[in-house]
Ligand binder design. Sequence first.
Ligand code: B12
Ligand code: SF4
Length: 543
Amino acid sequence: MINLLGKRTRCLLIHPKFSPYSFWNFVDVSKIVGAKYLAAPLGLMTVAALLPQEWEIKLIDTNVEPLLDEHFEWADLVFTGGMLPQQIGILDIITLSHQRNKPVVVGGPDPTSQPNLYQSADYLVLGEGEITIPMLLNDLEKGCKSGEHVSSDLADMTKAVVPRFDLIKFNNYLHLNIQFTRGCPFNCEFCDVIELYGRKPRSKTPEQIIKELQSLYDLDYRGHVDIVDDNFIGNKKNVKTILQVIKGWSEINNYPFYYGIETSINLADDDELLQMMKDVDFRLVFIGIETPEDDVLEKANKKINMNRSIIEATRKISSYGIIVNAGFIIGFDNEGDQTAQKMIDCIQASGICVAMFGLMYALPNTQLTKRLKLEGRLFNEFSIFTDNKTQIDQSSSGLNFATLRPRIDILRDFVDVLEYIYKPEHYYERIIRTCLNLKIDYKHKHSFIKILKNLRSFIRITNQVGFNRVTGKLYWKMLFCCFLKNPTALEWGISLSAMFIHFYKHSKFIIKLTNQQINFIKKNGEDIYNQRRLTMTNSQIIN
Ligand code: B12
Ligand code: SF4
């Protein structure tokens, strides 16, 4: 009999695999720089810090290492969880644990959004772990063999713990993640962040943030730190205080890190904030641009993006040495025939290279999903994944509802835009545009070893893209252009060229999947497609 709260409780945390076909799975790029996956599992590292620290804890991220029988044999208790695209993986881990008679605890964003799918877990621990993990521990102490621990309360971030960064091998990842705040003040109809984490940004204190940075520093991590806040500038006053404190700490520690963030586009309105970010070495931002059409934004309640020039905003941010990556969506209700062209113009003219262009996906529990359900347009089982080869993310599984505009038109537009933006000539044109806009004065300096590693990556990238029929000429042209006009941006030019290896492959894969759907609708009609989607997945229909 296992004593689950005994001193020697062995707890195995398993991070389920993401599909290698995902836009975000930079497998090829990771290989070039000697890593295995984009980012570390911050959720499970945080869970680990919330468990009794006298427990023995092991974290297996199946994106970077195999999950073995011996891991299960070692464990008394298994913890797993994650987001929607990890659904199949989470369910598999429940089965594997049960086959080995190990109790399993499940939590994280997808189980919180759709607990009904995970009833086979022994313990469901939903919502924010800071609130519900103590409830689980309490029940374990009482000897409960199963249970559901739910709370819609939001955690007090000033009491948040430092994640257990020591449980992972840093070299496996392109960058590390940390989180300062949760929540976003805006109210976009399609957004699940505000349903899960609320509209009032909650922040850790500057002292907590420094403690986290110091913890990474003490573990000898150097380089790229991604701040995965829902909206880093959700509370601008607060963020300025945080930046000031980070600046002081960075100066003392010789700028060990540079940063990436997720933010809303109104960052471009605040020069003071941009300068403060530059002073601390922020290099990347991810912005949900979604669509360049104001009337579409208005209907989706994404008003913060309206009445502004995306091109100007991107240029402004780049002028502070910060690269803009962005998300774009097609499939909003009130789009028209001009949508695709406007999207292409916006992406091309702004020079955004990392353009995550996907189909609208109604995520569980959003205002959009509720409206579509009321209108009788939401497909049954709209967010159940059963096939991880074709159900990957919003690009492969989007439009999980009956559309107002003919579905076939949206899908054709989707293909047209993807073909255009990831055509080598157009992508490389954007690299040049981005690199020429960047005014770089970076504070973090690479170590000698990192410079050698970068040199090795440069040789690998040049071998792959510089002597390649599709990208060869474009690559050399871009290198010469950057070298002559803005040599400080050369490193970015090379990195963005490396990313194209992935984007090119990924866009071809998504285009092929989408064309199968288009052909089915052409042959059978949209009504038949919609009827079948009520009970079948997209892949079951088209295959
Ligand atoms: C960083 C991030 C990413 C990174 C992933 C980093 C990585 N490790 O691979 C990238 C950019 C790749 C990404 C991509 C996507 N993401 Co994302 N992402 C995030 C973001 C912004 C932060 C995640 C994070 O680290 N949070 C901090 C940690 C501490 O929070 P947490 O993981 O939720 O963990 C807490 C609890 O959930 C709980 N918990 C977590 N796991 C477990 C397990 C157990 C057993 C227990 C008890 C508790 C527990 O305890 C923790 C402490 O409270 C979240 C939003 C958010 N605020 O979380 C979205 C989020 C997770 N992503 C989401 C989505 C939809 C996606 C995409 C599908 C589309 C998109 N938005 O781009 C893609 C698909 C990815 C793929 N590879 O296929 C949704 C998920 C919704 C859902 N129902 O599952 C979220 C919630 C919001 C959003 N719309 O973006 N994402
Ligand atoms: S700005 Fe982004 S995070 Fe905030 S509500 Fe809108 S989509 Fe969600």
